[in-house]
Design a protein around this ligand. Structure first.
Ligand code: GDP
Length: 433
């Protein structure tokens, strides 16, 4: 029988890793009363799969900053490990890491309890191994879980694909997809939808896949995406993500294509836009601001919680993740005043100029108090948000605030992004020098 053990490091970042071990949000500045929902009421993500498929590694790399190489020394899972990441991240959920050998038909296995409150079930398949046994287990798990809770999102991570050639990856995905769906069809379970992702802890694919899984559990996603679309279309930003910076998974992004060359130099623009304000809602037109791509990140987990509607360009996403790492690492070394307080706060911002005339701009948007942002229905409690944009060198954002209004007529909560930005038409000339 499986034992239910609370992890010793439950909810903390006190594990071996390349990141500052205790990095996370400090206490809320505006709202000291902790109104976070209990762990049991959070949308639960179950992480399942055969032994050695890579479940613990995924969890440690994404949520505990363990470097991929360190996972070689992880002890095998032989009990359910519950990991509550709600204390440090924008995204509120639990990961239950199941040992492969769990027997669902054991009468002591409480499937009602386990699948009942589950939002997503991630099934990890080792793509470097023979996956027939894993497919049988996937089928058994999914059909059992679906009977208890048909609302579960079923996500299949075809994992460890770093060892596979590109052709082999595609062929493996096609084969697993075909076999898994055939098995479901044979059992008359066509209604079950499986989503497939190619993943590896050695690149960004695991963060991208986890982002998509988390996004499905966020009820405000359409509103956030819409807001980012408005931000993009009104400000000239090309791409925006809302990230959770601890895990580098993004919560939302836009869908418009990223065209890095679509803007001309600012000195061609009319002076009327040199000093402007824009509110995300209601939209006020503010064209040609020069930002190419913007993300709203949660800096603790590196999940971006919103972006504009263009498809996520992996290169800009990776650049943003790298920038967050750099900023947080430097902040942790130089950012503490007398060794006290938080090294990342509302004063935090950074501009990185790349040699292709692109500027990455990161700044803290605001610290959302738990009470202010808590969605009563879902219990999501966002944390600190950070806007990250990719823009031309003549653009500087002066002031950004993101606030949420709980009592709005149309939305359970309404995010409003207020942005004041300034054009500096002479900067391209300086830049050329
Ligand atoms: P679990 O039993 O499912 O929790 O599996 P572990 O997380 O203990 O991983 C088993 C082995 O797979 C470890 O040696 C990991 O280093 C390795 N592993 C995990 N993820 C990956 C990956 O993406 N690529 C490769 N090549 N190895 C991985």
């Amino acid at each position: 029988m499986a034992s239910y053990d609370d992890d010793e490091n439950f909810g903390s970042y006190g594990v071996v890793g390349s990141f500052p071990k205790d990095f996370g949000y400090g206490p809320d500045e505006q709202d000291t009363e902790d109104r976070s929902p209990s762990a049991e009421s959070k949308p639960r993500i179950l992480l399942m799969g055969l032994r050695r498929s890579g479940k613990s590694s995924i969890q440690k790399v994404v949520f505990h900053k363990m470097s991929p190489n360190e996972t070689l020394f992880l002890e095998s899972t032989n009990k359910i490990v519950k990991d509550d990441i709600s204390n440090s991240s924008f995204v509120q959920f639990q990961i239950w890491d199941f040992p492969g050998q769990i027997d669902f038909f054991d009468p002591t296995f409480d499937s009602e309890m386990i699948f009942g409150g589950c939002g997503a079930l991630i099934f990890v398949i080792d793509a470097q191994d023979d996956y027939m046994e894993a497919l049988a287990k996937l089928h058994m798990t999914v059909s059992r879980a679906y009977k208890v809770n048909p609302n579960i999102k079923f996500e299949v991570f075809i994992h460890k694909v770093d060892g596979l050639s590109d052709d082999h990856k595609i062929e493996t995905q096609r084969d697993i997809h075909q076999r898994a769906n055939d098995d479901l069809a044979d059992a008359g379970l066509e209604a079950i939808h499986l989503s497939f992702y190619l993943t590896s802890i050695y690149d960004h694919s695991i963060f991208e896949a986890f982002s998509k899984v988390v996004q499905k559990l966020i009820p405000q996603l359409p509103t956030l995406e819409n807001l980012l679309n408005i931000l993009i279309s009104n400000s000239g930003i090309e791409k925006a993500f809302l990230f959770d910076v601890v895990s580098k998974i993004y919560i939302a992004t836009d869908s418009s294509p990223v065209d890095m060359q679509s803007y001309t130099l600012t000195h061609m623009y009319p002076p009327a836009v040199l000093h402007s304000h824009t509110h995300m809602y209601p939209p006020v037109s503010l064209q040609n601001s020069g930002i190419e791509k913007a993300f709203l990140f949660d800096v603790v987990s590196k999940i971006y919680i919103a972006t504009d509607s263009s498809p996520v360009d992996m290169q800009s996403y990776e650049l943003c993740c790298d920038m967050i790492d750099v900023v947080i690492d430097v902040s942790c070394i130089y950012g503490l005043k007398d060794g006290e307080g938080s090294c990342y706060d509302k004063e935090s911002s950074s501009i990185i100029k790349l040699n292709n005339a692109t500027i990455l701009y990161l700044r803290e948007v605001n610290r959302c108090s738990r009470g202010q942002l808590q969605d009563r229905k879902s219990g999501h409690v966002p944390g600190r948000l950070t806007l990250l944009t990719v823009c031309h060198p003549c653009f500087l954002i002066r002031n950004i605030t993101l606030s949420l209004h709980m009592e709005h007529h149309w939305y359970p909560w309404l995010p409003i992004l207020h942005m004041e930005h300034h054009w500096y038409p002479w900067l391209p000339i300086l830049h050329r020098e």
